[in-house]
Ligand binder design. Structure first.
Ligand SMILES: [Zn+2]
Length: 126
């Protein structure tokens, strides 16, 4: 079992790292569309009902650090006025919105599903 930041960042299936966990091509109206199972190793993309509530927590923590730190730095170190700093934070949030949305799901799935190079062979007997 090993965690791969690259596989997580590229939204690869955490079990086989062969296919993508999100439906391709990217559709802006349905950014979280996922196939039910990995086409290569048959890993479920939603292992249980409400699985991605954990991803919401990850998204919250990452966005808090990502947005709060530069905003506080702008206000207290670079002496921006708070309105400008918050506008910058909103701009930054819009910029990383989809990456954060999908990235947190990918990270949560990668934390919970271990890498298994023999996944394909194991699934043939099921
Ligand atoms: Zn897979």
């Amino acid at each position: 079992m090993s965690f791969s930041f690259k596989a997580m960042w590229q939204y690869k299936c955490p079990r086989c790292r062969q296919t993508k966990i999100f439906t391709e091509p990217f559709d802006i109206a349905k950014p979280l569309d996922m196939p039910k199972r990995c086409a290569y190793c048959n890993q479920r993309t939603e292992p249980e009902l409400g699985f991605y509530y954990g991803a919401m927590f990850i998204s919250y923590v990452i966005s808090a650090f990502l947005l709060l730190a530069p905003t506080l730095l702008l206000v207290f170190y670079f002496k921006w006025n708070p309105t400008s700093a918050i506008s910058f934070a909103i701009f930054l949030a819009a910029l990383v919105y989809f990456k954060l949305l999908r990235g947190s799901r990918s990270l949560w799935l990668h934390i919970n599903v271990p890498y298994d190079p023999k996944a394909l062979e194991a699934n043939k007997t099921e």
